[in-house]
Design a protein around this ligand. Structure first.
Ligand SMILES: NC(=O)c1ccc[n+]([C@@H]2O[C@H](COP(=O)([O-])OP(=O)(O)OC[C@H]3O[C@@H](n4cnc5c(N)ncnc54)[C@H](O)[C@@H]3O)[C@@H](O)[C@H]2O)c1
Length: 340
């Protein structure tokens, strides 16, 4: 690889811009081109950020541009075709979450990356938010000991109906939570779920009413369990998120993604707290998490490490989603599908 990692970016919406700023900030990355099927958006973005080239199609971009990796930030139901096109061109790809709204497509994306011998990564950016990153540091240092349970709540405002199906909450938002549950607890082998739609009277009759609050229980392959309270019936003004990991030696709590991380050891009564600096905007706002995630992607590729979280993590989160849905529809515990 040359002295810089050459990256091209697909999708010039609001979130794509966050990714693109991340590449521009990274000293070893070079954002060589942006692409959007809306040519005006691509042109405007290139001008705004000082990116040398812009394209109205991926086909044109890969034909004309030398790059090592492509960052795909199209809308969540439009990941499949752009990602396959970029993988087919032999580029490493970073895809926004969820990998797809269809598990069959996600399987094909993972398989295509393997076939072409390139890396497919996913933007589960919470892993890189300061609160979770600190929790992971404590976790990797062995502070927790043996995990007994993980309890997660992720609840914010969200739609009461959509054309993207009654379980869209799971795909759009909760794959983030499922990823965190897997990251700290390991593989989830079985799930049970309960669902409610307390605002259903407000649903648009032309759309699918969504299940907007869910209580999900999970069992790990180790002797541990997890619970996930998943909702769109809350609001963004409240703390939207909390993760608690209980182990034999300590508990770790992460409040609101990046507000606070706490380590409570059992051996003494001393509590350790991590609070992001009020002088570092990128640590204090959710928007900053995209640049942290992009940085890790570039660092991994540059240092020849498979970028994590990977497309396989994206696929496995979707398999957990499928099991949650099946559990609700069949009113029973469902085993999560795994790679053979
Ligand atoms: N990780 C997070 O925390 C987080 C937060 C919000 C949104 N997201 C995700 O970000 C993604 C994008 O969100 P957004 O709000 O920026 O979407 P958006 O629809 O505003 O922007 C996507 C852009 O992609 C372009 N596009 C679509 N198909 C294309 C193609 N084949 N080739 C080139 N360009 C194409 C569209 O014209 C559009 O400009 C979604 O997957 C969403 O779920 C992630």
């Amino acid at each position: 690889m040359s002295k810089t990692l050459k990256v091209a970016a697909v999708g010039c919406g609001v979130i794509g811009r966050r990714h693109q700023l991340g590449y521009l900030e990274h000293p070893q990355a070079e954002l060589v081109a942006v692409c959007d099927i809306d040519a005006e958006k691509a042109k405007d973005r290139a001008q705004e950020l000082g990116v040398p080239n812009w394209y109205p199609s991926i086909q044109e971009m890969v034909a004309n541009e030398e790059c090592d990796a492509i960052d795909v930030v199209t809308a969540d139901h439009l990941h499949f075709e752009p990602v396959i096109e970029c993988l087919e061109a032999g580029k490493h790809v970073m895809c926004e979450k969820p990998l797809s709204l269809k598990i069959g497509e996600a399987e094909q994306m993972v398989a295509k990356a393997e076939e072409k011998g390139v890396h497919l990564a996913i933007d589960y950016n919470r892993r890189f938010a300061p609160g979770y990153a600190k929790a992971r540091e404590w976790f990797d240092n062995g502070e927790c000991g043996q995990i007994a349970y993980i309890d997660m709540k992720l609840s914010q405002g969200g739609p009461v109906s959509t054309w993207k199906g009654p379980y869209y909450l799971l795909y759009e938002l909760q794959t983030h939570a499922i990823d965190l549950l897997r990251w700290f607890g390991g593989e989830i082998v079985a799930v049970c779920s309960q669902m409610a739609h307390p605002r259903i009277k407000d649903a648009n009759p032309d759309e699918d009413p969504c299940w907007t609050s869910m209580a999900i229980s999970a069992r790990y392959e180790t002797d541990a369990v997890a619970s996930l309270l998943a909702s769109w019936d809350s609001d963004f003004t409240h703390p939207i998120e909390r993760l608690e990991i209980c182990g034999s030696d300590a508990e770790i709590v992460v409040d609101n993604v990046l507000s606070l991380a706490t380590l409570m050891r059992r051996e003494d009564s001393v509590v350790e707290e991590y609070r992001p600096s009020i002088f570092r905007m990128e640590e204090l706002a959710f928007d900053g998490t995209f640049a942290w995630r992009v940085k890790a992607f570039v660092d991994d590729l540059f240092n020849d490490r498979p970028p994590l979280p990977s497309g396989k993590d994206g696929l496995q989160a979707l398999r957990v989603v499928e099991a949650i849905v099946q559990s609700w529809e069949e009113k029973r515990e469902v085993t999560v599908q795994r790679d053979e």
